[in-house]
Design a protein around this ligand. Structure first.
Ligand code: ADP
Length: 173
């Protein structure tokens, strides 16, 4: 089907922090859409390692060579953000069957709530086990996650974990 329709997609997530798996999904999706908005969720009820602004800034720095990709922070329902941005598509990544089960429910709910379709991209096989949660956990125990996240994110992660450790110990008297 040949169409002239301008297709805008949002890629919602926590990105706490962004990983090579996320970047792989973003880069492979760019040819499918005219515009992609990486939508960085910032939910007041949720505790993040990086602030919303830090997460947006990291992604922005990594993707600034991509004119069709924008990065924005959002709170509230994904479907409301999609509507506000006039996006026709929600993009999500899949790694395994556990993701499928969860994402299936989410996609049906979003279609019911907002009449919006979700498009899935399979992870690059080398990123099938990469998750932000895992990276935060391994990082906390001093493990080497440098192969799973971009070097700039690795640097920020090390700095953030060091700050948190110092904050827990309290100021020197
Ligand atoms: P959320 O809290 O919404 O799950 P995440 O930042 O963890 O936010 O993930 C955002 C999206 O990216 C989700 O669709 C998730 O399945 C996908 N994703 C996460 N890691 C990977 C990966 N390694 N490969 C492909 N997709 C991924």
């Amino acid at each position: 089907m040949i169409t002239n329709k301008y297709v805008r997609a949002i890629f919602p997530g926590s990105f706490d922090p962004i990983t090579n798996g996320h970047i792989d999904v973003i880069r492979r999706s760019i040819n499918m859409f005219d515009e992609l908005i990486v939508a960085v969720g910032d939910n007041p009820q949720k505790e993040y390692l990086f602030t919303g602004e830090e997460r947006v800034e990291m992604i922005h720095q990594l993707l600034k060579d991509q004119p069709d990709v924008k990065v924005e922070k959002f709170t509230g329902l994904t479907v409301d953000f999609a509507k506000a941005k006039k996006a026709q598509v929600i993009l999500r990544g899949l790694r395994n069957l556990t993701d499928v089960q969860y994402e299936f429910q989410l996609a049906l709910t979003n279609r019911l709530l907002g009449g919006i379709e979700t498009v899935f991209i399979m992870t690059g096989e080398q990123y099938g086990f990469t998750s932000s949660t895992l990276i935060r956990e391994i990082g906390r125990y001093g493990g080497d996650v440098s192969g799973l996240i971009p070097p700039a994110v690795y640097k920020k992660l090390k700095g953030k974990l060091k700050d948190k450790k110092l904050a827990r110990k309290g100021p020197k008297t």
